[in-house]
Design a protein around this ligand. Sequence first.
Ligand SMILES: CC(C)(COP(=O)(O)OP(=O)(O)OC[C@H]1O[C@@H](n2cnc3c(N)ncnc32)[C@H](O)[C@@H]1OP(=O)(O)O)[C@@H](O)C(=O)NCCC(=O)NCCS
Length: 172
Amino acid sequence: MSETKPTDRVALGSTPTLSAKGPSISKTVQTHLVFPEHANALGKAFGGQVMAWIDLVGGICAMRHTGGLAVTASVDDLQFEQSLAIGDIAVVEARVNATFRTSLEVEVSVWGESLQTRARWLCVNARMTFVAIDEHAKPRSVPPLVPESDDDVARMKAAQERRNERLAKRKR
Ligand SMILES: CC(C)(COP(=O)(O)OP(=O)(O)OC[C@H]1O[C@@H](n2cnc3c(N)ncnc32)[C@H](O)[C@@H]1OP(=O)(O)O)[C@@H](O)C(=O)NCCC(=O)NCCS
């Protein structure tokens, strides 16, 4: 990545470009150590805390892709598969699966990681829809996503099917 000087920064109010980007450009990873203040009475990470991490990392990923502000529109069914205990490492990873007109689907995975063994386990996998907004908080077009691998192509196709289901559900 080339170095950016403070003078190269673009003001948030300016219109972001619509140049196509690959998912690797916006991939976002955040790592936490689970502390007592993140935990519930059982010493496991509180679900609301994990959801806040998911929303933040997914949002940064969406905004990296769109080059401006984006808001959370929806989160598909969220399942907590396995827990995180105090002292575990939490790795929150987000990537863009597909872009539409003004919205995009971002997939966020939360992994637990053992400090001792570095073994990893999946805690949560969430698919979120973000909508890019302009300075008047109105939806604006998003840059297209260019697949970089066969996996990216498969993800785009599956995301399109999920979008069709979401749109059908909203019409009901
Ligand atoms: C999300 C929001 C910007 C959509 O605005 P809107 O005027 O309803 O816009 P539209 O109906 O034109 O839809 C715009 C896009 O959002 C998508 N969208 C709207 N609601 C959605 C939902 N519940 N789930 C998934 N996508 C949704 C539409 O499909 C459309 O996508 P497309 O342009 O790619 O086809 C608006 O509802 C909003 O601001 N909601 C509150 C967001 C918020 O406060 N989030 C939490 C804090 S970040």
